[in-house]
Design a protein around this ligand. Sequence first.
Ligand code: CMP
Length: 142
Amino acid sequence: MSLTLAIIKPDAVGSGKAGKVLAHLEGAGFTVRAARMLSLSKAQAGAFYAVHKGRPFYDELVEFMTSGPVFPMVLEADDAVPLLRETIGATDPAEAAEGTVRKLYAESKGRNAIHASDSDENARQEIAFFFSEHERLGTGRS
Ligand code: CMP
C-alpha cells in the first residue's frame, strides 16, 4: 500500500461536489487516511505550486486556489500515485477519459476540480505540506 495527496479544488468545493468526488475516489478503491477543509493564503498556494512559478498560468492558478476553500486528503491504495492520476483523468477535462473525476466534474483546464501528486516523492512532500504525522490516521507509518 502507498499514499498520495488529492486536493478537491475551490470550483468543486464551491459547487457542492466535494462529496461526489470523495465518493468517486472511495469507489475507485482509495481509503481516506486524513482530510481537512481550509482556505489557502496566496503565500501558501504559491509555495505549493512553486514548481510552476514563471509559467503563464501561475498567477491564475494561485488566484484560483485561493478563491475559496480546498479539501486536501491523504489517500491510500496499491500504487496510489498512478491509480489516482488515472482515476482523475487528464489536466484538461476536454481531454480526460470518460468516467474520470475531471471528465465528470471539472469545468476547464484551470478550474479542474482536483489535484493529484505526480510521484511518490512529491506525494510525501505534498502530504507533509498539509498534514502533521499524527493526522495521518491509521497508516501505521512514522
Ligand atoms: P494540478 O494537477 O493541480 O497541477 C498544476 C495545475 O496548473 C493544473 O492542475 C491546472 O489546474 C493548472 N494548469 C495547468 N496548465 C494550465 C493552463 N494552461 N491554464 C491554466 N491552468 C493550468
